[in-house]
Write a protein that binds this ligand. Sequence first.
Ligand code: AMP
Ligand code: MG
Length: 416
Amino acid sequence: MKTNISLEETQQLVMQVAGAVGASVVPLRQAVGRVLAQDVQSPINVPAFDKSPLDGYAVRAEDTATASPDNPVVLRVIDEVPAGSVSNKVVAPGETVRLMTGAPIPEGADEVVRFEDVQETPEQITVSRRLSARQNIVPLGEDVILNEVVAHRGDLINASLLGVLASLGIAGVPIYDRVKVAIVTTGSELLDPTEPWAPGKIYNSNLYSVEARCKELGAEPVFLASVRDDKEIIANSLRDALDRADIVITSGGVSVGQYDLVKDAIEIIGAKTLCWKIAMKPGMPAVAAHRDNKLIISLSGNPAAAMVVFDLVAVPVLKKMSGLRNQLPVKITGVLADDFDKASPQRRFLRARLVPQDGAWLIRLTGKQSNGVLKSLVDCNLLVDVPAGSLPLTAGQVVSAFMIGEILSGPARYYY
Ligand code: AMP
Ligand code: MG
């Protein structure tokens, strides 16, 4: 077992154990927000034929070679094609076909001239300018060509990709199954929010925030439990959790106190501990273990510490298991807009948010940074990475940070 290792080494250790879950084919409509389990090759060209981008007349460009306002060319209208139909006529010299937007270009024609650019009667049109071939034609395969790989295994299927798949006539999509997660919170002080408060007790927030975060990531919480500080009871809960889920997340009981019994429980069930303690604050006393290919990630109980380690260690693992190609959080650098008045003997992560200000993005701390403070996570989309040995930070300083949430407009609710 390794101890006191870096965040990056911890990530590496857990990622080695995690593998992608199974896959199945679902109807297209159900695939949004899911992860593609196979590359997708196009079975067709899109568009499948040269087509008209506008309402106009299909012409042979060479017929207009001599056209000018003084010397207009007259063409005979031989057919009309709405979108969805095909003309069986061939456009011969001196002829034209009336087309609606999206209609296939009839044989013989090589250009489309807009209604607005000709004088028309039902029988004929007058063109008073020279046209070049294929300037106004949507060519076959403009969007996608036959056999083109349009999406890759590991792609997140968003609305636009779903639209691309639909445009190819693909009705069933291979996607990865949802990762089944078990969440076990430990602590004899914990009450469910549905219970009346009692002296010495606190409400269990980790069970709710971790469950919600798993859902946000597309994972499926299948087992939720909160147990008191008793190693046999914790062990039993871990056994059930491993039976039902692909991965187990626990909170609490991983420090060095008399009632920190999660490590004992991990041993009781025959799981192998990979590491204990990450060289960072908050969240230092975290444990990672596994039984066969199933991981147990044990977060310390402090709500903010639990969420920070969840985002930096458990989220990449869940992403890998869900089949996503990009797993680790993106690292950015930016200008800090606030002072932070504590030195950081240890590597420290600060809850912050990218905030638009005067046309640039600034990094603002989202509130109090102590371990027990949850509020400052609410608007946090960024964890500022303060290296060990840093002095207090001052506004204007350039810092690096991990993105853990979406970039959103607007300020944070609570500030430092
Ligand atoms: P522990 O890691 O068990 O030593 O817990 C550290 C702190 O976090 C203690 O103050 C606990 O009461 C608190 N805590 C533990 N678990 C939870 C939880 N599920 N929800 C909210 N606070 C918790
Ligand atoms: Mg505890």
